[in-house]
Design a protein around this ligand. Structure first.
Ligand code: AMP
Ligand code: MG
Length: 336
């Protein structure tokens, strides 16, 4: 199939909406990463998303809404904590897992009784949802396993010829997928860290727990609260190791290795002899989040065997950066 390139103007937005209403699939920009959108009411459309991405069949999708009226068709209950979170963080990069509404296709939640929902903070995404008049299920618009797309070019390099259209817009402001919190468990549970931090969530959900899978590999037989957390993800073809170390230790470790590159903090670049890519300044986790997925895609053009990544600290948005990196590394962590 030929993948149409649509502009992010009125004409592009209405063309995207028409494709979506006819059960087609369209990559759209959001503030987190580009999403591969499909009607949340259509099993036909959802099956196309799974096929184009090669997404594991047990991994449910996030439903995107443009206004609160849509919510009543998506969830069957919207408790007061959810209301408080929505007031503070929507539109924005926070996804809530809640009891599923009947109209949402069963294939969106892969048989779970819950559904993940958010209101994105991106004008083009909101206008497309509004113009289509239906909530849109949208996972990241990449091939399953590869780094999530933060530019339209990333989408094209993974999915050209496999989807109906891509809306060509700017690069994503946040750069990492949304924070996912389950309100269907007691206590509420952080399933995936993101730009909305655990610390911020705890101001509204004081008893929030962080799911074990956020920072650790699940063992065989352990059940994932969020199926997506089980998979190796975000990986370039080059072998990646995550290195937990102080700056000096990291620099001498990388300088002692051959046929490698480093993803490091900008302050360290001048001291490393191997090729380097800068994640951003050590203390600027938000900038690291914006850069991460582009850098992981760049790794494969460096022509080296191994990439060592200097691990950020695990608080604030750093927890989200660390969570993606440990998966990009297939859980291979070197502690110096
Ligand atoms: P992606 O769309 O690729 O950003 O991934 C969506 C993430 O949300 C995955 O980690 C899913 O496992 C998770 N998710 C979606 N729906 C649910 C649900 N009903 N319960 C738990 N996790 C969910
Ligand atoms: Mg994804």
């Amino acid at each position: 199939m030929e993948t149409a390139r649509l502009k992010d103007n009125l004409a592009g937005i209405s063309a995207a909406a028409e494709i979506l209403k006819a059960d087609g699939i369209v990559a759209v920009p959001t503030e987190t990463v580009y999403g591969l959108a499909a009607s949340a009411y259509s099993d036909t459309a959802i099956s196309k998303v799974f096929a184009a991405k090669g997404r594991p069949q047990d991994n449910p999708l996030i439903v995107h809404i443009s206004d609160f009226e849509m919510l009543s068709d998506v969830v069957s209950d919207f408790p007061k904590e959810a209301r408080a979170l929505a007031e503070r963080f929507w539109p924005g990069p926070l996804t809530m897992v809640l009891p599923k509404g009947e109209k949402v296709a069963d294939s969106v939640s892969r048989g779970l009784s819950t559904v993940a929902v958010r209101m994105p903070n991106n004008r083009v995404a909101l206008d497309i949802i509004k113009a289509a008049g239906i909530p849109l299920a949208a996972p990241s618009a990449n091939l399953s396993g590869s780094p999530s797309p933060t530019t339209a070019d990333h989408v094209i390099s993974d999915l050209d010829g496999k989807i109906d259209a891509v809306v060509m817009s700017g690069s994503c402001e946040v750069g990492l997928e949304s924070t996912v919190v389950s309100l269907s468990t007691d206590p509420p549970r952080l399933l995936r860290p993101g730009f909305v931090t655990a610390e911020e969530l705890k101001e509204i959900l004081p008893n929030l727990v962080v799911d074990k899978a956020v920072l650790e590999e699940l063992q065989k037989g352990e059940k994932a609260a969020s199926p997506g957390m089980m998979y190796k993800h975000y990986s370039p073809k080059t072998e990646v190791f995550l290195v937990e170390a102080e700056a000096e230790e990291f620099i001498s470790f990388v300088n002692s290795k051959e046929n490698c590159a480093a993803i490091c903090f900008s302050e360290e670049q001048g001291s490393i002899t191997a090729p380097t890519l800068s994640l951003g300044a050590k203390d600027n986790n938000k900038n690291q989040a914006q850069n991460l997925f582009s850098l992981l895609r760049e790794c494969d053009s460096l022509g080296v065997q191994t990439v060592f990544v200097h691990a950020p600290k695990k608080d604030g948005v750093g927890l989200a950066v660390y969570n993606r990196l440990i998966r990009a590394a297939g859980f291979k962590v070197i502690k110096l």
